[in-house]
Structures are given as structure tokens and as C-alpha cells.
Design a protein around this ligand. Sequence first.
Ligand SMILES: [Zn+2]
Length: 370
Amino acid sequence: MSEKTAFVWDEKCFWHFGGNYALLAPVGGLVQPMVAGGLPEAPETKRRLKNLMDVTGLSDELLLTSAKPASFEDLLRVHPQSYLDAFKEKSDSGGGELGLRTPFGPGAFEIAALSAGLVSKAIELVLTGEARNAYALSRPPGHHCLPDYPNGFCLLANIAIAIEQARQAGLGKRFAVVDWDVHHGNGTEAIFLDREDVLTISLHQERCYPPDTGEVSEIGTGAGAGYNMNIPLPPGCGHRAYLDAMERLVLPKLRAFDADLVIIACGFDASGFDPLARMMCSAETYRLMTRQIMEVTGGRMVAAHEGGYSELYVPFCGHAMLEEMSGSSIRAEDPLAARIATQQPNAKVDAFHRDIVSQMAEELRQSGVL
Ligand SMILES: [Zn+2]
């Protein structure tokens, strides 16, 4: 068994092109093109994490590797043939858009399959013992994608595809997904909603995206009842509220479920500097949430990159997380640490957030999730 941390990435994933957008609106009519802008799901937020790791030397301490794209057969375990055919055809003919907020350019099908392949490789490395834990810098992201409907920059359901591939290969039976991207992990939830062998947990800003999913009352259906946990937090939650929700809601459920592998759907868009949400987490929050997970799993885990739209801050959040995963002594000093620390909610608001977590704990106990 290796004690290494793997980092699975591929330059080609940065070449996915999200079309001519100005933040969330397509350019045209009264929406002027942005010179330094475009779709927020852009390569630089991810590439700059790898760049920072190279500059600090953290890359040298990790097992860096790429992966094969997920095969058509791998994709078919989650997505219907009709969707894959439509996606491939549009991708081959110059790109376009199939669902909601998922513009893509030529060749996007192959890049999205590679993104799913990176997550599969990360899972394989950990479950075969070649790495203790692993981070997949997957792009495009996956957690909003439904089997037949791409959504919110997500073209294929990366984590679901990778879980099914690992199961098929006999590498594991029970998986838990903890989605701390600030947006609801609606795709992963929908795919595993009736399954008792895949626990899905999502912490998110309530009614941010998608605005109509992610309620506490959605606990799973059929055999999957009790194996879906939603933790919708009000805007403005920061370091202490996230750690509290993890401690009192997420960790007890993870301990009880006892998965073969815990996978983090890792968005860094709950940071205080993200343009697409209104939360107040810091790089230190991500370090400590990673530590919380590792204390439950004995250090074994996989993270798959999802959202995070601050070009400046995502690299520092990711670096802090990888410092924790690898146990490295290298530190990338957070240039915004003092600023975000002074902006955390005051004691009165903290108490309000604690009450909300207490209410959710009660509701989850009553519905049998906790
Ligand atoms: Zn997100």
C-alpha cells in the first residue's frame, strides 16, 4: 500500500471551450462581450491550481498522472445512448448547447470523457492501494449533469460514471459522495436517489443553483430512502458554520454508512471570493474539512474537482486541501487569509447558523437519515 497522494490531471481538460458568454449570459443583444471574462467555468481557475503546486514544489511530492478517457461503454452505465449520440454529434460538428448553461465547443465530447476518466483513475489508484488518496482535476465538472440532460457547465456525470466503473471492476461496493461545492449536487443525487449502496450528501447554499432542488426533505426513494442528505445553508455561512455542519451532520452519517470509499465533489465556490455564490469559507476551511473527512476514513479519500470561479482564490483553497491530503510540510501562504478572517460572521450570526444546523439535525433524525 502506498502512502502517496495522487494528482490526476490533463492539459487537454483545460482546452474545453465554454462559448462566448459574459459571466452567466450569452453574448448578444444588450450583453456586451467581456474582454477578460467569458463563461465563469474557465480553464484558468483550474490551471492556476496546478501552476501554484508547481511553483511551491508540492507537485514534486505527489504522484502526478493522467488517465484514459472513459469509454462509451463506461458512459453508458449512467447516460442513455440517445444523449451520448446527440452530444458526440454536436461536438463533432463544431459544438453548441444541449441542456441548460452547458455551452461547448468542438471536441468537447472527448474532453468530457477524459474528465470522467480522470475521476475513474483517481478512484482506481486509491482502491488498488497505489495511492492513499487522490485528487482529480476534472474539467468539465459533473455534479449537475442528469443522465439525459446536461446542466450548469456539467456535460457528463463524472463521479457517477467513475463509481459504476469501479463497481464493475470489482474495486468497491459501497460509496459515499460528499458534495461541498456551494451548489446542490442535483445530478449525483438524482442518479443514486433510489440506491442504498451509494450515500449522497450535499452541503450547499440554499436555492442558489439549481434554485428548486436540494431541500432537507429529499432523503432518497425506495431502497435509497435515508441515503440522501441535503444540507441547504443560508447565504453568509463561513468557516465555523461549515465545520459545524460537517461535525454534526456529515461525519456521523459517514461513520454509520462505513463506505469502501468517500469521494468529495470538490467545489471551491463556497469561498468568500466566489462570483457565483454568497458564502464565506476560506482556504483554511477547506483544509479543516479535509482533515475532518480524513479522520473518519483513515486518510483514504478521493476528491473530484467541480466548481470554483475565483481565479485568484481557488488555487489557494486547492493547495491547502492537497497539503492536508498529502501531509506535506510545504505551505502556500493564503494572501487573503487576514481579509476573510475579519469578515467572518459575528457571534450573534454564528448562533443563528448553529440553530439552523440543529433544526436540520432534528429534521434528519425524524426522517431517519441521521
Ligand atoms: Zn458550484
